[in-house]
Design a protein around this ligand. Structure first.
Ligand code: ADP
Length: 603
């Protein structure tokens, strides 16, 4: 008597156990969706069912047979409770009420099986009959010739599950998921063929034992193959997407070991996937880079937040500017299980920005030089005045020296006047030179009131030419940390704009009020004119590049002002005055961060 059926049942249960473990572990490692957990449970139930069947085929007594068949029904009920939910999870077809009703029905069958003396299958105590398989193996005959009522209800419940399976299959087909629909159809088809086979055996059409185990195994194998195929495809697609992204990406575990890198990363750091995986950045990258990565990753893991940095990296020989993002991947409990790094090459964008900024600065500078050309014509007059005064005083001094009695007090006064006038000429010349030169001046503590006075001194003749009355409300000793030349450029531009805006107004109404105050730990400077004003919807636009309403205007002055303010961590805005004209207001952080200190610094 050669044993074939029973050993193959044990082998089949081994296959199910492997599938259950495989899918269960994949879920635990968060590699796959929760549907795999349902599948693992399904495999586990099929495994238990097959093992019980193997035992029943070898039952020695009727009591043992009844007990084993009761356990068999438990396995079947679990399979039929899990299977519809698995199909729903796998296909996304979720008729909730129907699924709950099915689960309730199978739970009732399970309960009845437990309560009834001979289980859900037999109406009466079965007899222990045997069946001789063609290859000479003798097993207990597990066919049910006198099914109980519960058994008949269970058959209807199986048909309901099949109908749901077919519906889900059609749905997948309609959604274009043809391979999935085909696999599901095969799984259901094979399974149902074995059920039909059982019925045919029950009705005496076929003289053979039930083959339900093979039906369940076919279901498990078909679905396993399909799920593995999909998971492989998902991985491949994800890999393709990652490799085609124009950024470098890497994923590391909490000990900093590379788990995944994309092609962008390989190119950027001249590494390859096989060499890098499982190693840390210190093993493969230059130590400085590795240290930077490590610091950012640590911060991302500790804070649980995205860490954004800009690094200049020398990955491919020439320095590149990279915007880097490190973010932790979090478990449901909020703890990180991995950290992901994304690196964008922003070198080109930054170079363009820089070039554009320089270009605008240059244009504006040229414009300023041109307009200061006009200013300097009238400045000649400003400089001639003190020079003439110096000459007069010097001549007067010489004359005094010719006197018999030299009045030293008189001579001292003359010298003091000479010194004062010389300083005045020097201030004007230096101011003009600073305004015209383009070289960078270092950041320093700048007294705002003084800075404004210097610019106004420079614009003295312009103010007279435009016939504008300037009111100064300058709080003294307010100091900001700034590049003085740039700050003067802003003040000059706002003043000249105000003068030009008032050109068309009657002379008596041309008033410019310049105010320096402090508010919220900041210095606020405002220029209020009585000029033509700015339309409400233009208040922001005036800061855009090349926006101008003047025939000879360039429209870059205010844009440069704004970029200067931003580089000083300040801000600038335009407002409409309630009566007429416009106010431009900029604010800057006070030097040293507090007003008191600023006051001392400026004193
Ligand atoms: P430009 O002076 O070369 O036109 P700006 O960038 O300095 O360039 O100014 C842009 C525009 O903003 C001006 O053309 C003008 O229309 C408007 N503007 C600037 N300042 C004032 C002001 N004080 N009053 C009214 N309009 C102004």
């Amino acid at each position: 008597m050669s044993a074939l059926l029973v050993p193959s049942l044990y082998a089949m249960s081994g296959v199910c156990a492997y599938a259950a473990l495989h899918h269960g572990l994949a879920v635990m490692q968060r590699r796959v969706s929760q549907t795999h957990l349902l599948f693992a449970a399904l495999c586990g139930a099929v495994m238990a069912y097959i093992l019980v069947r193997a035992g029943a085929y070898q039952a020695q007594t009727v009591e043992a047979l009844v007990a084993l068949r009761k356990w068999e029904v438990v396995g079947v009920c679990l399979i039929y409770i899990i299977f519809p939910w698995f199909i729903a999870g796998f296909t996304g077809v979720r008729p909730r009420r129907f699924l709950i009703a099915l689960s309730v029905l199978w739970s009732l069958i399970l309960a009845a099986n437990w309560i009834l003396p001979y289980g859900a299958q037999f109406a009466d105590l079965p007899t222990l009959t045997h069946f001789d398989l063609p290859w000479g193996e003798r097993v207990v005959d597990l066919r049910v010739f006198q099914p109980s009522l519960v058994h008949k209800i269970a058959l209807l419940a199986i048909l309901a599950i099949m109908a749901f399976g077919v519906h889900a299959c059609i749905d997948q087909y309609r959604r274009g998921l043809k391979t999935r629909a085909r696999s599901l159809a095969w799984a259901l088809g094979l399974f149902f063929s074995f059920i039909l086979f059982n019925w045919a055996a029950n009705w005496g059409l076929i003289d053979f034992i039930h083959l339900s185990e093979f039906g369940f195994l076919a279901l498990v194998v078909m679905m396993d193959l399909e799920m593995m195929r999909e998971s492989r495809n998902d991985k491949r697609r994800m890999r393709d997407v990652l490799d085609h992204l124009p950024v470098a990406i890497c994923l590391k575990d909490l000990r900093g070991r590379f788990q995944l890198i994309n092609r962008g990363f390989e190119t950027l750091f001249h590494v390859d996937d096989d060499n890098l995986l499982g190693k840390t950045a210190y093993d493969t990258l230059p130590p400085e880079l590795a240290r930077r990565f490590h610091t950012d990753e640590k911060e991302a893991i500790e804070t649980g937040k995205d860490v954004e940095r800009e690094h200049v990296l020398d990955g491919s020989g020439t320095p590149h500017i990279y915007e880097t993002h490190q973010f932790p991947l979090l478990r449901q409990d909020g703890n990180a299980y991995a950290v992901c790094g994304v690196y964008f090459d922003v070198t080109e964008a930054r170079q363009k920005d820089e070039a554009l900024h320089k270009f605008r600065q240059q244009i504006w500078h040229t414009d300023r030089v041109a307009s200061t050309g006009a200013i300097s014509a009238s400045l000649a007059h400003e400089i001639c005045q003190p020079l003439a005064a110096i000459l007069n005083n010097a001549q007067a001094g010489l004359r005094f020296l010719d006197h018999d009695r030299v009045d030293l007090e008189e001579i001292r006064e003359i010298f003091q006047d000479v010194v004062r006038d010389d300083k005045r000429a020097g201030t004007i010349i230096n101011g003009l030179r600073a305004m015209l030169q383009q070289q960078e001046t270092p950041y320093a503590d700048v007294d705002l009131a003084q800075c404004i006075e210097e610019v106004l001194e420079l614009l003295h003749s312009e103010v007279i030419r435009y016939d504008v009355d300037i009111e100064r409300m300058l709080e003294t000793h307010l100091t900001v940390r700034a590049n003085k030349t740039q700050l003067q450029q802003v003040i000059l531009n706002l003043t000249v704009n105000a003068l030009e805006a008032m050109a068309e107004q009657p002379a008596s109404e041309r008033k410019l009020r310049i105010r320096v105050t402090r508010a919220d730990g900041k210095a606020v400077v405002s220029f209020s004119d009585t000029g033509i004003g700015i339309a409400e919807d233009m208040l922001d636009r005036v800061f855009e590049g090349f926006y101008t309403t003047k025939p000879q205007g360039l429209g870059v002055g205010l844009e440069v002002c704004r970029s200067i303010m931003e580089s000083h961590h300040g801000s600038i805005r335009a407002e409409r005055n309630p009566d007429r004209g416009a106010t431009f207001r900029f604010s800057l952080p006070l030097a040293g961060g507090d007003a008191a200190q600023a006051g001392t610094a400026g004193a």
